[in-house]
Design a protein around this ligand. Structure first.
Ligand code: ACO
Length: 513
């Protein structure tokens, strides 16, 4: 934990165990059921729910934009962990939801820091489709491991509103924000140098119409690019690990959990299958005694990986063969994605949060989590996290994990909106997006306590925000609370705000511009 004294001694040693110390997830308070969407869109039953593997899709009304999402998630992370805004030395936002071509979301977030007097914060916004959050994360890790580090935390904020025009891409929308506190001696430690990268120029998904929130998307090409980048990153990651650890070879066995950027859950299941196919073609961990490891794949020995993207027989055989690996290593990562949809930049980290929320502490300790990040255009990376061995009560891992234990309840407590109402709200959003002299019309009542929302856009496009107050306080101490770095230590017991089922009051709002 950083404080003023230790900050002075930082440069004398390489920081230990740099990684994620705390996480906060925010998703919209309303969703549409994918079964309802299937009926309303007139597609065959099961296309979205089985074909894409999606249950529910979160969405934002005109009350929320990228600034409000990020304000909400940053403020909640700070509150839940009882942190002073002075403890943050770097703040970087990864997003592809652009509402201003010059002013960054990061500068909007600086309003939250104003009272603390802390304006000494490196970092701005980072953009490349769903990859911006990963790039922001790498920048933050690099900052902590550099001569520029001043001993304070870095905060990485990922956020997006993923909306598509009417048509076959629309059910793969979603939205949300996720903030991560990065520092040394972390419970989720990034493995140094274990990063496989692949970057390339393609037009698979892009946003050339700056007046629209909708992307131009070549859906089939984007899926091929995603799987191709996965192949490339897996090889690159494996080569780097082999070189640095002098290991023989890396297979899927290297990872206890595997999280992926999740445009829709079925693609993730296909991704696990793709990794198994890579292992098979590399002849890694040849068949187990009963010959079941690559059961059903032998006839595909020697095929060229790049020729197989559209081969449904291979895909089917690999899905069958990798079923158990998917169930044990990846399925738990799909909790948020299945219920919220594609959040774009936060998607991968929502997968990580889902694993933490769905797994017992005993099953997390000392485990290795692989992560695959993909952003169209394209930029992709595979990297890994090692979970700490200390899961004792009050440890950092314990605090991080328990802070996410309410995820399922929070998902359950959202409001379900009919497909018709969803379409009406989307049409309204489409018409009013980017208007000035505009007062949003979306309901405030359904927003969760503690949510920032857009209250007004003035004649110069300047945006004003208010916050629904937090209520229903619960006394929960936070071990991240370090009195040495708190601007004003809590008077009595520290409190953690509990937002579930809270009563709503709208007359005590905090205005932010
Ligand atoms: N029951 C069960 N399965 C069904 C049914 C049914 N009734 N109907 C169709 N399906 C299956 C299809 O067989 C198909 O399965 P497959 O992918 O295993 O072949 C699946 O459902 C999807 O059906 P398609 O007809 O292929 O879907 P469509 O072409 O209409 O759209 C797509 C899918 C391309 C993903 C579209 O939603 C899209 O463009 N989304 C946005 C782009 C995207 O998310 N790309 C991913 C990477 S980039 C990123 O993250 C933004």
């Amino acid at each position: 934990m950083a404080n003023n004294t230790t900050m002075l001694n930082r440069k004398s040693h390489w920081p230990n165990d740099v990684g994620i110390i705390a996480m906060e997830v925010y998703f919209p308070a309303q969703y549409v059921d994918q079964r309802d969407l299937e009926v309303s869109d007139g597609v065959s039953t099961g296309k979205y729910t089985i074909g894409l593997g999606q249950s529910k899709m979160g969405f934002c009304t005109d009350r929320e934009d990228i600034n409000s999402l990020c304000l909400t998630v940053v403020q909640r992370l700070m509150e839940r962990n009882q942190l002073s805004y002075n403890t943050i030395g770097r703040l970087e936002v990864g997003t592809e939801t652009i509402i201003d071509k010059s002013k960054s979301v990061k500068t909007v977030l600086m309003q939250l820091f104003k009272k603390s007097g802390n304006s000494d914060l490196e970092g701005v916004d980072t953009l490349n489709a769903c990859f911006g959050g990963t790039s922001a994360l790498f920048n933050s890790i690099n900052w902590i491991e550099s001569s520029s580090w001043d001993g304070r935390y870095a905060m990485v904020v990922t956020g997006d509103i993923a909306v598509y025009a009417k048509g076959n891409a629309r059910p793969t929308g979603g939205g949300g924000a996720l903030a991560m506190l990065i520092g040394e001696n972390a419970p989720l430690i990034f493995e140094r140098g274990h990063r496989g990268i692949h970057m390339e120029h393609v037009y698979d998904f892009f946003k050339p119409n700056l007046e629209s929130e909708y992307p131009v998307v070549d859906g089939k090409l984007s899926v091929q690019c995603y799987l191709g980048a996965l192949d490339k990153c897996y090889k690159c990651y494996s080569d780097k690990v082999k070189k640095s650890c002098l290991k023989e070879a890396i297979s899927l066995d290297h990872f206890d959990f595997m999280c992926f950027h999740t445009p829709y859950c079925k693609l993730v299941q296909k991704s696990v299958a793709r990794l198994i196919f890579n292992d098979f073609l590399q002849d890694l961990n040849p068949d187990t005694n009963d010959g079941s490891r690559y059961a059903g794949l032998s006839e595909y020995r020697g095929v060229n990986l790049e020729d197989t993207f559209h081969n449904k027989d291979i895909e089917k055989a690999c899905m069958k063969c990798s079923k158990e690996q998917f169930e044990t290593k990846t399925k738990s990562s799909l909790l948020i994605a299945n219920n919220v949809g594609n959040m774009y930049t936060p998607s991968l980290y929502g997968g990580l949060a889902s694993v933490l929320a769905s797994t017992s502490l005993a099953d997390l300790v000392n485990k290795r989590i692989g992560l695959f990040s993909y952003g169209s255009g394209l930029a992709a990376a595979m990297f890994s996290i090692k979970v700490t061995s200390d899961a004792s009560d009050g440890s950092k891992l314990y605090t991080l994990k328990t802070s996410l234990d309410d995820l399922q309840d929070r998902l359950n407590n959202r409001t379900c909106v009919s497909a018709e109402e969803f379409t009406t709200l989307m049409d309204h959003r489409e018409r009013t997006h980017h208007l000035c002299n505009y007062t949003p019309e979306g309901s405030i009542n359904d927003l969760c306590p503690g949510t920032y929302y857009l209250s007004q856009v003035d004649h110069m496009h300047r945006r004003q925000y208010q916050r629904k107050p937090l209520v229903d306080f619960e006394q929960i101490p936070s071990p991240l609370n370090d009195e040495a770095i708190l601007a004003s230590p809590p008077a009595k017991k520290p409190v953690r705000n509990h937002i579930k089922n809270a009563m709503l009051e709208t007359d005590n709002q905090i205005a932010i511009k």
